[in-house]
Design a protein. Structure first.
Length: 140
């Protein structure tokens, strides 16, 4: 298969299995595409995530593995997620993942438009920074 920017193939299962058991940040991610109109990533969640939102990107999160709880808009909407489910929320929607029930929690994410790694606003600024929230997967 040619390696060009107009088409590519990704083995999401293989990428999901390449994440380490622990991380120094709440999440690790691996960008698959990073076009202006949209980006696609695979990411693993290592710890519950505090309420936050993204200013510029809508998110489509497909659950590859793991189980946990998530809420969208406010804590009254908390519900369990499991593999095969798709979560969607628009930019500006506050969301959180208060519980990890079964690990590893891995998502395939499509962000429209592309998501800048620094585009995260915590409801409680003391909850973290973009640098403590997510970092790229580095294969050693």
């Amino acid at each position: 298969m040619p390696n060009n920017q107009t088409s590519r193939r990704f083995n999401v299962t293989e990428i999901a299995q390449s994440f380490p058991e622990t991380a120094d940040t709440l999440l690790l991610d691996k960008y698959l595409t990073n076009e202006e109109a949209a980006s696609a990533r695979v990411f693993r969640v290592y710890c519950p995530t505090p309420p936050h939102f993204h200013v510029n990107s809508d998110e489509y999160l497909y659950v590859v593995s793991g189980r946990g709880t998530v809420w969208l808009e406010d804590a009254s909407t908390v519900a369990e997620f499991a593999p095969g489910q798709l979560l969607f929320f628009t930019h500006g929607t506050v969301h959180a993942m208060p519980d990890i029930i079964e690990e590893p929690v891995v998502f395939l994410s499509v962000d429209t438009p592309r998501r800048d790694p620094k585009d995260i606003i915590f409801v409680d600024p003391a909850a973290g920074t973009p640098e403590t929230f997510i970092s790229p997967l580095t294969n050693k």
